[in-house]
Design a binder for this molecule. Structure first.
Ligand SMILES: NC(=O)c1ccc[n+]([C@@H]2O[C@H](COP(=O)([O-])OP(=O)(O)OC[C@H]3O[C@@H](n4cnc5c(N)ncnc54)[C@H](OP(=O)(O)O)[C@@H]3O)[C@@H](O)[C@H]2O)c1
Length: 303
């Protein structure tokens, strides 16, 4: 028998039918551990909610923690020795890449201005920017980065990829100083790790050409908010942000009213039915684990 733990009854419903021999316990890390809890070997964590290290010590048989998010930073300091951490890579990548492209096009094609003109019943037919011939620098050549790259190429943009492992067609972070000045759009699709924290700082932004566009759908902590605010306010750069630092953005934060910015509240992955996609992955992982097969999405190198 394999005993797994899910955060609530809704999660149990979403899991659907599991292989014979898999028992399910419902517990979110608060309150007393329910019967069978000490047998739990695979834990499914609540979306974007980290369990305390103390709660995890209540699960002596734990071998695997499965997250529903691609980001893992909240868990890295508390995964017990000998426990494998798996993330939700693939669950949110398509929808997040889609939002990155939507936000990029919204800025380039000036949809907020046309929406304002619509409100005023004002037919202002002026030309706008577009993706044709644009040089798009993708920071991250993973699930999101690759999808955004493929999408913008359809509209005749040129793509350059930067990732952790240098390989044919993929540069390393060390080459950013040479690359930034040569690109009109920078898309941040990197995990938040010690190496990427604050990567997009004042110097990074200053190296982007006048009128360039920054897209961040990854994590707010990768971008220096004050430095970006200064560039937006000066009217030199444009941005589309789905993620900010802090989150949620306080009502009086200056980013809300920054010019040249389109902002969404961390909804990249949030298309209808994402929970079904997430629990399909969980069902597949549970089946692999129960059958002794290798797991997918194992977190190594902190992402
Ligand atoms: N807005 C949202 O709702 C939302 C939704 C999903 C994900 N996210 C965020 O987006 C991030 C990326 O997601 P994903 O699914 O595309 O992840 P992924 O498939 O794991 O790809 C991550 C990419 O980042 C690169 N990378 C990692 N560390 C790096 C470093 N220090 N320097 C340079 N490149 C580095 C990796 O390089 P290699 O190719 O060399 O491994 C890889 O290309 C997630 O970690 C999460 O924080 C946000």
């Amino acid at each position: 028998v394999t005993t797994i733990c899910v955060p609530d009854a809704e999660a149990r419903d979403l899991l659907g039918e599991l292989p014979a021999g898999v028992e399910v316990v419902t517990w979110d890390g608060t309150g007393p551990l329910p019967p069978g809890g000490t047998d739990v070997s695979l834990l499914v964590a609540r979306y974007m909610g980290a369990m305390t290290a103390d709660a995890l010590t209540e699960l002596p048989a734990l071998r695997v923690i499965q997250l529903l998010s691609a980001g893992v930073e909240a868990w890295l300091d508390r995964v017990p020795d000998g426990v494998t951490l798996c993330n939700g890579r693939g669950v949110h990548g398509g929808s997040t890449a889609e939002l990155a492209v939507a936000g990029m096009l919204s800025v380039l094609r000036e949809l907020p201005r046309f929406r304002q003109a619509q409100r005023e019943h004002d037919w202002v037919a002026t030309d706008t920017d577009g993706l044709d011939g644009k040089r798009v620098l993708l920071l991250g050549a993973g699930d999101i980065g690759r999808r955004v790259g493929a999408a913008v190429e359809v509209f005749d943009a040129q793509t350059t990829f930067v990732a952790r492992r240098v390989r044919p067609g993929v540069h390393g972070l060390g080459q950013l100083p040479d690359l930034l000045g040569e690109h009109d759009v920078v898309v941040v699709a990197l995990p938040h790790t010690p190496e990427t924290h604050g990567l997009v700082d004042a110097g990074f932004l200053a190296a982007m050409p006048d009128g360039a566009l920054l897209v961040n759908v990854a994590r707010g902590q990768i971008v220096d908010t004050d430095a970006l605010l200064a560039e937006l306010t000066a009217g030199r750069l444009h941005a589309f942000l789905d993620v900010t630092e802090p989150e949620p953005l306080p009502p009086d934060h200056p980013l809300w009213d920054a010019p040249n910015l389109v902002l969404t509240p961390h909804v990249g992955g949030g298309t209808h039915g994402w929970q079904r996609r997430a629990y399909r992955l969980v069902r597949e992982q549970v089946t692999r684990f129960h059958n002794g097969q290798p797991l997918e999405n194992v977190v190594t190198d902190g992402y």
